[in-house]
Structure formats: C-alpha cells, structure tokens
Design a protein around this ligand. Sequence first.
Ligand code: GTP
Ligand code: MG
Length: 313
Amino acid sequence: MSAEEIEKLPGVGPATAEKLMDAGYNDLMAIAVESPRVLSDVAEIGDSTAGKIIQAAKEAADIGGFETGSELLEKRKSIGMLSTGAESFNDLLGGGIETGSITELFGEFGSGKTQIAHQLLVNATRTEEEGGLDGQAMIIDTENSFRPGRVCEIAEARDMDPEETLDNIHVGRAFNSHHQMLLADRALDLGKDNPIRLLVVDSLTSHFRAEYVGRGALAERQQTLNKHLHKLLNFADRNNAAIVVTNQVTANPDQFFGDPTKPIGGHILGHTATFRVYLRKSKGDKRIARLVDSPNMPEGEAVFKVEEAGITE
Ligand code: GTP
Ligand code: MG
C-alpha cells in the first residue's frame, strides 16, 4: 500500500502517513488492529485522533473475498509439517510446526526453547517421511546459545551424518536488534539460492528488550518488532518455510504489570504469530507445552522430554 492510500484515512496528513509507513504500518490491516496508544506514540498524534484513524482503517481494510472450502483445502496441501521430535507435541500442534506461519515458543529460562530450536534445525533437514522439510535450516542467534556440538549429538542420536547436518544449517549471530534485522534481510537473499525451509530466531525479543528500555521506548520497540516480523512472514511466504521465534516471559513490570506468564512483545507479536506455545518446566527433564493461540486446534497441553538425544516423547 502507498502513502497516498494511508492519507485517505481521515485525520492522516502527509507527515503522519510517512511516520506510519516508516514504522511499518504499510497496510490498513496493520493499522486496524493496532491500539490507539501505540499508534498515537508512533505517529505523534492524540489518542482520540489515533482512535478515529484505527476505526476508519477497520472500515476500509480489505477483508478479501471468499474462497470455497475446497479451494482452501487445496492451498493447505502445500503446507509442510515439521516434527518437533515428540509425538504428543506434534499432536498438540495438529501434526507439527507448519510452514508459512510464525510459531512462537515462549517460556521462562530453561524451559527448553533453545533445545527445541536445535532439534527443529536438525529435523528440518530430514525427509518429509521422517518428519522433516527436506531442506536446509537457518537460525538467527541473538544470545550466543547455538551449539554445533549439540546439533551433532542430536543428529547422531537419529543416525544422521552430523557433518552433513551441520552443512545444511546456516547460523547468523546477531549482535544487536539492528543487526538482527539486517540478518533477516540477508536470510531473504540466501533463501533465493538455497532451499531454506526453516528460519529460527532465538531469541526474537532479547535485544529489543535490552535496547528499548522504559515506557517511552515502547512504541518504537513495537514498530521495529512489527517491521521485523513482517520480514519474517515474507520469508515464510517466499520459501514456504516455517518460522519459529522464541520469547522469554517476563516478571518485569514492563507493559504487562508483572504477570509472569505474559510473553514480551505485546500486541503486535500476538497478532502476527499464528501459533503460540507456552513452555514450562516440570520434573527433571520433563517439559510441558501448552498451545495458547491457534487458528484450528483446541487449547491443550503436551508433555515431552529434553534428553541427550534431543526432544523426545
Ligand atoms: P533461556 O534461553 O535462558 O530463556 O532458556 P531456554 O528456554 O532456551 O532453555 P534451554 O532450551 O536452554 O533449556 C535448558 C535445559 O535444557 C537445561 O535445563 C537442561 O536441562 C537441558 N539441556 C540443555 N542443554 C542440554 C544438553 O546438551 N543435553 C541435555 N540432555 N540437556 C540439555
Ligand atoms: Mg535459550
């Protein structure tokens, strides 16, 4: 969508339109689902004007036409399913992690986010019959927690060639949020020449959280995250890839007033992630995954283990 189209919304002049575009609000839907507070911060306008713009965007948003169920069914046939390594976890997700969508894994430290990431990177390189995506995988590592040795261990436990597996995994280490976003651009380039079917961002939010501190920075953080997420979705579309992002829960009175089960990232992330999985520790190596938000699966829980061999039943 162009700035001119945004300008057609009542209360939006050229300057506001430009601010919105810069902040990644480049379609009416993105504006329609935003909260007045964030939008007023982003565009430096009053709350009530923001409210009116959002209302107008809701009315004008292209909600699309209708398709028959069979047309949709046909489309869904191209969606790949990536195994998590544990059957119960796969069942919870309706078969596995879907390509074309963003799956968010959130939970406290040690809940298994990074271990699952390693397992998924390995699994993505396997054939479809083996629960893989028959391609390559990529990770944007923001916490320096990727371990090639761990990949080898997991691969060996599945009778895979560890070196060949590592050859199919591209690792980018992001030093700050800006670098993280540049790596997502780079991923789009690499995706043109390589069959990359999984992109992991572990963690999606840690740099953003560290760099945008305090309430004043909230709007800017959200708009930057929004841009980043749309780039990831773009990657998912172009490569029919699964996107998996991790997110820590916060006990910080950030924007959620200290609810420790709320992921950081807020409204935009909630809207963009198609599947949200809350992870928590149980006894020993047991972990519990709860599906919090999914378009087609009931909420539920699955128990799995983090073992030497990786993620298991
Ligand atoms: P943060 O990144 O700190 O938020 O945590 P996380 O959710 O990414 O946790 P992570 O996936 O790193 O899980 C850590 C847990 O996995 C540890 O408590 C260990 O029990 C287990 N774990 C980590 N590395 C290994 C390993 O190499 N082998 C085995 N068997 N278990 C591991
Ligand atoms: Mg981690």
